[in-house]
Design a protein around this ligand. Structure first.
Ligand code: HDD
Length: 724
């Protein structure tokens, strides 16, 4: 639709649903510019002194101002989420690119001119509310759409499969994953005995373990990770016919991960790294974007997939069923209050709208029992839907009444239906045409407490994932399993894990086993011990490029952070040129030195220093620039924290650009370099050594940008030899 029409659509409020939600929230939003009162509205004359019997006498118990304030403070914490407790969120909007009327009647998926307000919360799974962001873990990706037909929650993760097939095992999984009950350690980590004991006895976890041991579990940014609905859902169109659908969120900035050493260090240097990154991006107008994709499987075609579409440990390879891009999600406003919005938001996979329905995925079915219960216990009773962030933007009427913190004042005598005393208003929507209709799936099976044999293939897709990884990504997966299992104290648990992995790939298992001090992996041992049957469904694809993170399209320097290391005598012209070019491309450059204030440039001017090496270490950046200027380079070479900065950035496979004498700092990495600073480029991926005259003609910045856009140079060799 031409822009002018879209603008008209918005001006008529037709496209302004995003504003509806913001206006609704504003009605509950309080600023701070008011006269101070008690919670009862009584103005407070003095907020610094308790009421006493004389200036040096005892407090008086009648001091209702003190009592109210101190009592409220004691009740300001609520139970954190049982899982996904650590999170952050943002407001935004969703717009569909084209009508999906062929597949679904859902109103928010019909009109490209409608902006549907959303609230999105990202989270880790295992850690407590105060744990670090950059731990190795799956990330929650929960989207609440405030649609004209009610709230729709797509409560997904950044991984397309899950550990278990049946929700009945969820409490066991989480008990095994969380800190161990005898000493409440370790926090936010799977690298401990109980988790791997459980996982090694549950072969169905194997595919998800490949994902959690990959760099998918270490997002560079919440803005640079995919999202998945995980389960197969149903689209239902106006005629009542349905198809299966799997949901994907594709980030505009591509999918990128941290190096594990980097992620661990960031967890210490800035535990809020991801939430700060999201907050800063939105505050600076770099609104994160994802495209919504769907994989559609027509009813009756699911048997052709080669695995059971109801099995949540299986994904549909994009090479088998392409993802159709159908819309866009933009996050463009930070919450005004973390507790009121982010902590109190209640997501539920059971919040559906007409046109979308459940499948019989046993994990999804079990989830439908869990979320309301969890919210009842942490949001204080049955009226949490009245908390502003949870309110729908469309009218809500029913005969639910009372309960703790009830806000709605329901008028009239009739709190029941049917009725004639409810001033005649017919609460029931008229006829089948309106309202949510469950898909009329025929059911004719005997009751059974069991698992479908079609769920029994626990390894084929784990092998598919492994085979689809680049060499560097395989290195990272092996290293992750080794790290985790070296933390496991009971050798038999380590043995079971590698015996399981032998069903995925024997080389993988052997490489993992090497430093673990256990027997060579033996798949037969595992099968016998664990009782599962060795059952493999013939794979339709042997590898799927969409499963790897490297060599993906979408690399960009936008919002990437570049550290520029300086000392007195720095050659400023190249700094200014590269800084200008990178900033125009959307990157964020920061000048670092050993102290704040300024450094003197070779031209005698003062260059403002923004951060010190100590407070803004290399792990906070995506790339490093070491400008020219002999005194500056010499000073940096003599500064341990500057040398460590570059060593660490190199070890984490980041792009490094050195101009003229700046290359001397690379000498600490063991690069052999001539006396003359006009070096030929080192044969090292992502390391650019240049002369200042090339910088000034813009060529170097282009090379630097191209290297940064590749995110990391994982193919860089010998990084384990780097002492950082
Ligand atoms: Fe869950 C929260 C995602 C399985 C029970 N879950 C929660 C959140 C996300 C997910 C993103 C945080 C929502 C927020 O930000 O407030 N959960 C998933 C996914 C799963 C999954 C993608 C599997 C594919 N979850 C799952 C199972 C159960 C639960 C099998 C229970 C049977 N999940 C919960 C919960 C939580 C929750 C305990 C904690 C807080 C809440 O619901 O409101 O009910």
């Amino acid at each position: 639709m031409p822009l002018s029409k879209r603008r008209v659509a918005r001006s008529t409020g037709h496209g302004d649903r995003a504003k509806d939600k913001q206006e609704q929230l504003e009605a509950f939003t309080a600023g701070t510019t008011h006269v101070l009162t008690t919670s009862q509205g009584v103005q407070i004359p003095d907020n610094h002194n308790s009421l006493k019997a004389g200036a040096r006498g005892p407090n008086l118990s009648e001091d209702f101002i003190l009592r109210e304030k101190i009592t409220h403070f004691a009740h300001e914490r609520i139970p954190e989420r049982a899982v996904n407790a650590r999170g952050c969120a943002a407001h935004g909007y969703f717009e569909v690119y084209r009508s999906m009327v062929q597949y679904t009647s859902a109103a928010f998926l019909q009109d490209p001119d409608i902006e549907t307000p959303v609230f999105v919360r990202f989270s880790t799974l295992a850690g407590a509310r105060g744990s670090a962001d950059t731990v190795r873990d799956v990330r929650g990706f929960a989207v609440k759409f405030y649609t004209p037909e009610g709230n729709y929650d797509l409560v997904g993760n950044n991984m397309p499969v899950f550990f278990i097939q049946d929700a009945i095992k969820f409490p066991d999984l989480i008990h095994a994953l969380k800190p161990e009950p005898h000493h409440d350690m370790p926090q936010a980590a799977s690298a401990h005995d109980t988790f791997w004991d459980f996982a090694s006895l549950m072969p169905e976890t194997t595919h998800m373990l490949m994902w959690t041991m990959s760099d998918r579990a270490l997002p560079r940014s919440l803005r640079m990770m995919e999202g998945f609905g995980v389960h197969a859902f149903r689209f239902v169109n106006a005629r009542g016919s349905s198809c299966f659908v799997k949901f994907h969120w594709k980030p505009k900035l591509g999918v990128h991960g941290l190096a594990w050493d980097e992620a661990q260090k960031i967890a210490g240097k800035d535990p809020d790294f991801h939430r700060r990154d999201l907050w800063d991006a939105i505050e600076s107008g770099n609104f994160p974007e994802w495209e919504l994709g769907v994989q559609i499987v027509d009813a009756g075609k699911e048997d052709e997939l080669g695995f059971d579409i109801l099995d949540p440990t299986k994904l549909i390879p994009e090479a088998q069923v392409p993802v159709q891009i159908i819309g866009k999600l933009v996050l463009n406003r930070n919450p005004d209050n973390f507790f009121a919005e982010t902590e109190q938001v209640a997501f539920h996979p059971g919040h559906l709208v007409p046109g979308i329905d459940f499948s019989n995925d046993p994990l999804l079915q079990g989830r439908l029992l869990a979320y309301t219960d969890a919210q009842l216990s942490r949001l204080g009773g049955a009226n949490f839907h009245e908390i502003p962030i949870n309110r729908s933007v469309c009218p809500m009427h029913n005969f639910q009444r009372d309960g703790m913190h009830r806000q709605t004042i329901s008028k009239g005598r009739a709190a029941y239906e049917p009725n004639t005393l409810g001033n005649g208003m017919e609460f029931r929507v008229d006829g089948a045409a309106q309202g949510f209709q469950s898909h009329a799936e025929p059911m004719a099976s005997p009751k059974i407490r069991g698992r479908s044999p079609s769920f029994d293939d626990h390894f084929s897709q784990a092998t598919l994932f492994w085979s689809s990884q680049s060499a560097a990504e395989k290195e990272h997966i092996v290293a992750a399993f080794r790290f985790e299992l070296c933390k496991v104290e009971v050798p038999e648990i380590r043995q079971r894990v590698v015996d399981n992995l032998a069903h995925v790939d024997l080389k993988l298992a052997a490489r993992v086993a090497a430093p673990l001090g256990i027997q060579a992996p033996d798949p037969k041992a595992a099968a016998g011990r664990l009782g599962f049957r060795e059952f493999r469904i013939p794979r339709k694809v042997d590898e799927d490029p969409s499963l790897r993170m490297t060599n993906q399209p979408g690399g960009s320097v936008k919002t990437r952070k570049i550290a520029i290391l300086v000392a007195d005598g720095v050659e400023a012209a190249t700094v200014r040129r590269i800084q200008k070019d990178l900033s125009e491309a959307g990157a964020v450059c920061k000048i670092l030195s050993s102290h704040l204030g300024t450094v003197s440039t070779s031209g005698g001017r003062q260059l403002v220093v923004e951060h010190t090496f100590a407070t803004m270490p290399s792990v906070m950046f995506d790339a490093v620039l070491i400008p020219g200027g002999a005194p500056s380079a010499a000073a940096l070479c003599g500064l341990g924290e500057a040398v460590h900065f570059v060593l660490e950035a190199y070890k984490h496979c980041k792009t490094i650009c050195a101009v003229n004498e700046g290359a001397q700092l690379l000498g600490t990495l063991g690069f052999s370099h001539g006396k003359n600073p006009d070096l030929v480029a080192m044969p090292t991926p992502g390391v650019i050594i240049a002369e200042s005259r090339k910088v000034l003609d813009g060529q170097v910045t282009q090379d630097f940008q191209a290297a940064i856009a590749q995110h990391r140079h994982w193919e860089r060799l010998h990084i384990d030899a780097i002492p950082a």
